[in-house]
Design a protein around this ligand. Structure first.
Ligand SMILES: C[S@@+](CC[C@H](N)C(=O)[O-])C[C@H]1O[C@@H](n2cnc3c(N)ncnc32)[C@H](O)[C@@H]1O
Length: 300
């Protein structure tokens, strides 16, 4: 792929271009297929592009929490400007699910419950981030709570995630993100997304121990969640965009896996094949090692 400032990495697929900084041309640019949406990968039993959720029958421009069936149970997720209302943990310790109005809903495209599905709105640039390979910075200021982009890629099953993680060498970038959600009755739903071969601008986001983005699973047309990234604080133009690869509080392991994870962490901090990489985020609270979700490879 040729690298030029005016090249739109998404090739017109996004609402706004995703630029590549010209001075970063010395670094090799990875080959991958740009996709704005998740696609079904090996081991994923549901097609993320299929419309499977029921729609509301609100004939209004924008839905009201009192009458809309999409909003009635869980309440409003966004304010009237589209900013995410809850940017913190719920009592369960997991993030609260967000359901947007979908293709089967009778409300208009201007409904305030359609944010992530509207796609990228902010201009950003992929650039050479010192000592971290490629990174993403915003070209405009972003208010807290604003939707920034998805972490889109192949949605894969646990076995496939395990196979891919085991095939990685210590030099390879790790792209697989596992997200866990409380699914009621004590069950925990897990989603694995790998944007290495098919993905969007999210695949270039680096980790920080003090990130400015926050990951929130959002369901639009399908039960398969989209991993949406929102601004966790006000962000200035030119700041690097980062998120916590562990998913922070929203990604706690189920209790039965906690001891496995602890043992695995100890094993991996020794020098086996899955040596963890040094974290170069530069934050005051940096834990010095990049997170690696060892529960994927240590699960029977
Ligand atoms: C999802 S990719 C992010 C984009 C990547 N920097 C690139 O060049 O394509 C994840 C990889 O980026 C690098 N990375 C991300 N955050 C980092 C950090 N805080 N410190 C050092 N390397 C980091 C690691 O090599 C990691 O495996």
């Amino acid at each position: 792929m040729s690298v030029d400032t005016r090249v739109d990495l998404s090739n017109g697929l996004e609402n706004v271009p995703v630029f590549i900084e010209r001075s970063s041309a010395v670094m090799t640019f990875p080959e991958f297929q740009y996709s704005t949406d998740n696609i079904q990968g090996p081991g994923c039993t549901a097609d993320p592009t299929e419309v499977t959720l029921p729609g509301c029958s609100c004939r209004s421009r924008s839905c009201c929490a009192e009458s809309c069936t999409c909003l009635r149970t869980r309440g409003r997720a966004y304010d009237s400007a589209g900013a995410l209302l809850t940017l913190g943990p719920t009592d369960s310790g997991y993030c609260s699910p967000v359901f947007e109005c979908n293709a089967l809903c009778a409300c208009s495209d201007a409904c305030s419950n359609r944010v992530v599905q509207a796609g990228l709105r902010l201009r950003s640039e992929v650039y050479g981030a010192v000592n971290k390979g490629w990174g993403v910075r915003t070209l405009e200021a972003i208010p807290r709570g604003t939707f920034v982009c998805e972490y889109a890629g192949e949605v894969i099953g646990l076995e496939e995630a395990r196979r891919r993680q085991l095939a990685q060498s210590s030099e390879d970038n790790n792209y697989i993100i596992a997200v866990r959600e409380h699914a009621g009755t004590g069950a925990v739903a897990e989603t694995f997304v790998d944007p290495a071969a098919v993905g969007n601008v999210g695949r270039f986001l680096n980790h920080s121990c003090q990130p400015n983005l926050f990951m929130q699973p959002v369901r639009v047309h399908s039960l398969v969640p989209r991993l949406a990234l929102f601004a966790g604080r006000n962000i200035d133009a030119q700041e690097e965009l980062t998120f916590d690869y562990t998913g922070g509080y929203s990604n706690r392991l189920p209790v039965e896996l906690l001891s496995t994870q602890r043992d695995a962490d100890i094993r991996a901090s020794r020098s086996d094949g899955l040596q963890r990489k040094e974290c170069r985020c530069g934050a005051d609270n940096c834990v010095r090692l990049l997170p690696l979700d060892l529960s994927i490879i240590n699960r029977e």
